[in-house]
Design a protein around this ligand. Structure first.
Ligand SMILES: Nc1ncnc2c1ncn2[C@@H]1O[C@H](COP(=O)(O)OP(=O)(O)OP(=O)(O)O)[C@@H](O)[C@H]1O
Length: 234
């Protein structure tokens, strides 16, 4: 087996010349046009732009969910796309390197908080007792340890979002992708979530990329990247 190509280790996310269109002919939509984007360890970066400007598409390209049509994508020093997907085991790569946080928490309603977090670890074949122990540690780190045995329906919005963040972190990803992580929260709870994301970026040397429309968190981002019509706008 030939070794995977490696990229210079400077950025955790490195995107160059990435374009993505959906459909063909008159139905063609250019969702991303020649996008270049880098995020380093320890940074919390906001992706902003009007509806339809390509934010989710860019997040999904970074998350190896959407394959670009052109360009170069490297994650944590590993080239995953260079004019074509180079990695065949994208599911494994996602499990290992990427954590997703969604707008609404997406917790499984029939599992308690510990099991929701531990599930990701079971998928990665971590033994059950170790998975549960790590889940409890993460819930404590995110200040929801006191709710560890609660079911999702019993949680407040802010608690549920913190459990969802714990789940996104369970496999110790270095790249965390968040789609409107604070949209469903009031400003106090949004602030708590942003503080936690910052703490995480610094302590775990992770790169955090958050799509947001949420004006109340702009001041809490290290950097803002704006998209317009599929292009980075300055
Ligand atoms: N699977 C798809 N098939 C066809 N068109 C798509 C698909 N996904 C996205 N698009 C189109 O690509 C463009 C960019 O969409 P994208 O979802 O990335 O925008 P966005 O900035 O995240 O928007 P919003 O803020 O409304 O979520 C839009 O015109 C959208 O309709």
């Amino acid at each position: 087996m030939s070794p995977q190509p490696t990229a210079p280790a400077a950025a955790l996310v490195e995107i160059r010349g990435v374009s993505k269109h959906f459909g063909e002919g008159e139905a063609r939509v250019d969702a991303l046009r020649d996008v270049a984007f880098r995020v380093r360890a320890g940074e919390v970066v906001g992706l902003l732009g009007p509806s339809g400007s390509g934010k989710s598409t860019l997040l999904n390209v970074i998350g190896c969910i959407v394959e670009p049509n052109e360009g170069y994508v490297a994650l944590d020093g590993e080239v995953v796309y260079d004019h074509r997907w180079l990695r065949k085991d994208l599911r494994h790569l996602r499990l290992e390197k990427i954590g997703f946080i969604f707008q609404t928490h997406n917790l499984l309603p029939f599992l308690n908080c510990i099991d929701n977090v531990a599930l990701v670890l079971h998928l990665a074949r971590v033994p059950r007792s170790e998975a549960r122990q790590r889940a409890v540690e993460l819930l404590e780190y995110l200040q929801v340890g006191h709710r560890k045995n609660a079911m999702p329906a019993q949680l407040s919005g802010g608690e549920a979002q913190r459990v969802a963040i714990a789940r996104a972190l369970a496999n110790r990803p270095r790249i965390i992708l968040a789609d409107e992580p604070t949209a469903a929260l009031d400003s106090e709870r949004a602030g708590i979530v942003m503080d936690l994301l910052h703490k995480l970026a610094v302590e775990q040397q992770a790169a955090i990329i958050a799509v947001t429309h949420d004006e109340k968190i702009l001041g809490r981002l290290d950097r803002v990247v704006r998209l317009r019509d599929g292009k980075i706008s300055l």
